[in-house]
Design a protein around this ligand. Sequence first.
Ligand code: SF4
Ligand code: SF4
Length: 111
Amino acid sequence: MSGTASWTGVRNGMGIARAVSGNNMAYVITDTCTKDELCVEACPVDCIHPKKDEPGFEEVLQLYVNPEDCIDCGACVPVCPTNSIFILEELPPGLEHFAAKNANFFAGAKH
Ligand code: SF4
Ligand code: SF4
């Protein structure tokens, strides 16, 4: 247990309410991800999962950022060929729900 329960990334009328424990903004992967793992290689803290040698890789439609571990460095963004990674507060309209989706992956998997 490390406080993941409060991390919902919910949307309100003004935009995204950062319901994050602490000050971690975290980055968010969206569903144009092709699972090529280029971001995994670029991430200095190994917070993008599942990797292809981990359970669930075949089943997931995309990879996810663990918001508890992401240090908000942005190294993953320029290496993504499909522009699938956004900083939480800059998720395009309609994609806000991916914040919770990324967090929920780890909340359920207790990685
Ligand atoms: S670099 Fe982009 S497309 Fe590749 S796994 Fe990461 S988010 Fe997905
Ligand atoms: S912002 Fe940095 S720490 Fe966070 S997922 Fe991307 S590469 Fe990893």
